[in-house]
Design a protein around this ligand. Structure first.
Ligand code: HEC
Ligand code: HEC
Length: 327
């Protein structure tokens, strides 16, 4: 009799416990959709919840036999193709990255690079279509990225929370800085921003040797900060770049030319206008030349043609344009 009661009692406990656990994990899942209140647990367990939840990693990746997505590499040990789970595989890939880049990558550097710059290394046999997970629609925060990294490193690797969270190495720190910069730019999508850039800015500005030469080269522009960059777009005249002043030249016959002075020698000057035309003027023909500091050659109505999203996207794209490390 007492034995039956005890058995019944422990059965009820298990049922109750399961319900509690299910209830808890559901709240956990839905709760984590709420960006402001979700406390992120920077641990393999916290990362696992994100991986199979709002990080949406599971839509392209599986872990061993868990999940069914095949668009990206399996993160577990799986068949002949994936003899090593991600944590151990990362150490191998890090070696490969070190040899190629001539810079020492750790396993954590490799995983964080996969997330921060997905295009930097494309796993053989896959397309370069890994999501930018810190941009919309996924928009993981830096903490969430750290948690997911801990989860992946715990899959057969040496889990070193210091290298992930409290004392990351220099390379991981740089990747984290890139992720924070994108988040700071209103969570814009740098991939979309690249398209906005091509459509609106490329004719005048160059990046890494490509593009127009009317405006300043923007290759390391993130160094000037988000506020400066946004002002440059919204009110170009407010932050006129030195050396790019707007010249107004009046000829003897009253003709007026407006643009940047791009050549100045003994007898002639060149004025490059906003549409890129180079007008050569004979100094003898010039009646007056002055700088107009109320105008920029950069149009001030660019923002009108852009949606708020375009604007956030381009800001995050420009915030990723880092000065090249010493070359
Ligand atoms: C839209 C599909 C997609 C999503 C979503 C996605 N990935 Fe990927 N991922 C890929 C593809 C495709 C590759 C292989 C190409 C490459 O290396 O860039 C990849 C590669 C990787 C790699 C390198 C794997 C290896 O074997 O070296 C890691 C690590 C990774 N993803 C982590 C993640 C995490 C974590 C998430 C979620 C936060 C995620 N991915 C979300 C598609 C995706
Ligand atoms: C018609 C040519 C033209 C177009 C189009 C143009 N710019 Fe400019 N931009 C300039 C010129 C000229 C300057 C320098 C004068 C100034 O600061 O306003 C400049 C300056 C800048 C600066 C400051 C650079 C620095 O180092 O100080 C930024 C940032 C910038 N532009 C971003 C953009 C973005 C983003 C777009 C597209 C949305 C864009 N520009 C479109 C001509 C252009």
């Amino acid at each position: 009799m007492t034995a039956t009661v005890a058995r019944l009692f422990s059965f009820l406990l298990i049922v109750l416990g399961t319900y509690l656990w299910i209830g808890y994990s559901i709240t956990e899942l839905t709760g984590s959709g709420d960006r402001t209140s979700a406390a992120v647990d920077i641990s393999p367990e916290g990362g696992e919840v994100i991986y199979w939840g709002r990080g949406r990693c599971f839509t392209c990746h599986s872990v061993g036999g868990q999940g069914s997505a095949v668009r990206g590499p399996n993160h577990g040990q799986f068949g002949e193709k994936f003899p090593l789970p991600m944590g151990a595989r990362a150490a191998e890939r890090a070696q490969e990255r070190s040899e190629k880049e001539g810079e020492e990558f750790t396993a954590v550097d490799y995983v964080v690079e996969s997330l921060a710059s997905p295009g930097a290394y494309v796993v053989k046999g896959y397309k370069n279509e890994m999501a930018v997970v810190y941009a919309p629609p996924i928009s993981l925060s830096l903490k969430e990225i750290k948690a997911v990294t801990a989860y992946l490193m715990s899959l057969g690797g040496d889990l070193d929370m210091e290298a992930i969270d409290t004392a990351p190495g220099e390379m991981t720190q740089q990747f984290y800085a890139k992720i924070s910069a994108a988040a700071a730019a209103g969570g814009g999508d740098p991939g979309e921003g690249a398209i906005v850039y091509e459509d609106n800015c490329l004719d005048c500005h160059s990046l890494n040797g490509e593009g127009g030469e009317i405006g300043p080269d923007l290759s390391g522009i993130s160094a000037k900060g988000l506020k400066f960059i946004s002002e440059s777009i919204l009110q170009p005249v407010k932050s006129l770049t030195k050396g790019f002043e707007t010249y107004v030249v009046f000829n003897q016959d009253g003709r007026q030319t407006i643009g940047l002075k791009t050549r100045d020698d003994a007898s002639e000057i060149d004025i490059t206008t906003a549409n890129g035309d180079v007008v050569t003027l004979d100094k003898a023909d010039i009646k007056e030349i002055k700088i107009d500091d109320t105008k920029s050659v950069m149009p001030d109505d660019l923002s009108e043609a852009m949606t708020v999203k375009d604007y956030q996207d381009i800001l995050s794209f420009l915030m990723l344009q880092k000065p090249k490390a010493e070359e």
